[in-house]
Design a protein around this ligand. Structure first.
Ligand code: NAD
Length: 470
């Protein structure tokens, strides 16, 4: 599996139902993905249940050792993995894209593998003694989306394995090969049955996972509507859930910034992965006093960022991953145009060209309640809303049902922190947006989900807390 071709060959199905996989940049067929069934899922869960006994019986040091070797294996296969990811997901090799994502997989393996989790003595006062332990849960089901398919799968898998669980993973239908390849590489190290993948449709295999009595915990990252279905489906077994759902992050610029200084940070906050990022900046609020300067600085920077086929080393922006997402971005930009908002750049896709390319789009002078502002666009189209009253903006930032991330941009860190404290979001960044870090807990507020990933909190979330009292 050292080359792209050998990696692809290793994951190409030998039988069963399959479907063609196309490069979203060129529409070319790049491979064949399996379409598995509920029977395949049931067999995988039985096997995971069996394998879990021996995996949980290992010492923490032994599991850490395995996971460090997994990180080495991903690192050794980084280039073919990045190429496959680029071809299937569409994201370019360079910029904060395919190579960056594979690098993230290595980091998000090493950090949770090596984060200390000592036994916590909660009371020891001479009369009472109690310790808090974190035991394995059993079989963890993981369901990942198509935007960061490898990295988000790793976020779900590695903490679960570290804590002595086994994992059955279901990738998104449109990014199956990327996850199959990643797991094939990980399984060159891991014992049989500890990590399995079942590639099937969400409405059949995904749904069955969330109802399965042998699944102790579901790690789900995806849309809020599917998250709600999973809550209902899991109720019968009181299955534990971590839900990382949709977002519509606000960025609030204060009037003391230098527009040119913040342009790059704003751009990548919004357009990382061509806008297909859960915690991307999706609506930008800028004070009237510096509005034109911020819009101009952002447009100036954006114009220099090339979009195109992922394997071209020059590109840093790619196509939308699938035609449905293209239509969604197009619908929202058309709604903005129809309302009289000003398209500063983009907004004019070539519908006949190959690939799902939607140009980098900035929309100014837009009503704060336009669809492009209040719905999650999940693509390269940023609405920029002018404001004069900061209190009104805080209200607008908080009025949606979702609350994943947010950001405040200012030279006055203290003032920015005071505003941050009033924003209803799982993370508020200051002078940055979406900068996730494996040491720092991450999770949503409101309908962006519940439960946390990363850091010690992320390890605890895939374990059964147990108090030993006495
Ligand atoms: P999606 O909800 O359509 O699909 C996610 C996964 O769920 C896929 O694997 C899909 O097959 C599966 N699925 C679909 N129906 C299911 C069902 N009934 N039961 C079980 N599984 C089912 O989401 P998507 O379109 O792949 O991803 C985009 C969305 O994900 C956006 O809303 C984005 O904000 C969100 N997201 C959130 C985070 C986060 O960390 N909060 C990260 C990435 C993406």
């Amino acid at each position: 599996m050292d080359t792209y071709e050998s990696l692809l060959a290793a994951i190409t199905p030998k039988g069963g139902e399959t479907r063609e996989v196309r490069d979203p940049a060129t529409d070319e067929v790049i491979g064949t993905a399996p379409v598995q069934t509920i029977d395949d899922l049931n067999a995988a869960i039985d096997k995971a249940e069996e394998a879990q006994v021996a995996w949980a019986a290992l010492s923490d040091e032994e599991r850490v050792d395995y996971l460090n070797k997994v990180a080495d294996a991903i690192e050794a296969h980084a280039e073919p993995l990045a190429e496959l990811l680029s071809r299937e997901q569409g994201k370019p090799l360079n910029g904060p894209n395919a190579r960056f994502e594979v690098g993230g997989c290595v980091a998000w393996t090493r950090v949770p593998a090596n984060t200390p989790l000592p036994v916590d003595v909660v009371i020891d006062d001479g009369e009472n003694y109690a310790e808090m332990h974190y035991r394995p849960l059993g079989v963890v089901a993981a369901i990942s989306p198509w935007n960061w398919p490898m990295m988000i799968s790793i976020w779900q898998i590695v903490p679960a394995l570290r804590m002595g669980n086994t994992v059955v993973m279901k990738p998104a239908e449109t990014t199956t090969l990327s996850v199959l390849a990643l797991i094939a590489v990980m399984n060159t190290v891991l014992p049989e049955g500890v990590l399995q993948v079942v590639a099937g449709p969400g409405r059949t295999v995904g749904d069955a996972m969330t109802r399965h009595p042998k699944v102790a915990k579901i790690m789900f990252t995806g849309s809020t509507p599917v998250g709600k279905r999973i809550i209902e489906a899991s109720a019968g077994n009181v299955t534990r859930l971590t839900l990382e759902l949709g977002g519509n992050d606000a960025g609030i610029v204060l009037d003391d910034v230098d527009p040119k200084e913040i342009a790059e940070g704003l751009f990548w906050g919004a357009f990382i992965n061509t806008g297909q990022t859960c915690a991307a900046l999706k609506r930008l609020y800028v004070p009237a006093s510096i509005y034109d300067e911020v819009v101009d600085a952002l447009a100036e920077f954006a114009k220099q960022m090339p979009m195109g086929v992922g394997l071209d080393e020059n590109n840093v922006l790619g196509p939308l991953q699938n035609p449905d997402q293209f239509k969604e971005v197009d619908r929202l930009v058309e709604s903005a145009k129809a309302s009289g908002a000003r398209v500063v750049m983009g907004g004019d896709p070539d519908y006949d060209a190959p690939g799902n390319f939607y140009p980098t789009t900035l929309v100014a002078d837009i009503d704060p309640h336009n669809d492009l502002v209040v719905e999650e666009q999940f693509g390269p189209a940023l609405p920029i809303i002018k404001y004069t009253d900061l209190e009104e903006v805080i209200k607008l930032a908080n009025e949606l049902e979702v609350g994943l991330g947010a950001s405040v941009w200012s030279k006055d860190r203290e003032k920015a922190r005071q505003i941050a404290a009033r924003i209803q979001a799982g993370t508020v960044w200051i002078n940055a947006h979406g900068m996730v870090n494996p040491f720092i807990p991450f999770g949503g507020a409101k309908q962006s989900g519940y439960g946390q990933e990363f850091g010690v909190e992320g390890l605890k979330a895939v374990a059964q807390p147990q108090v030993i009292n006495g």
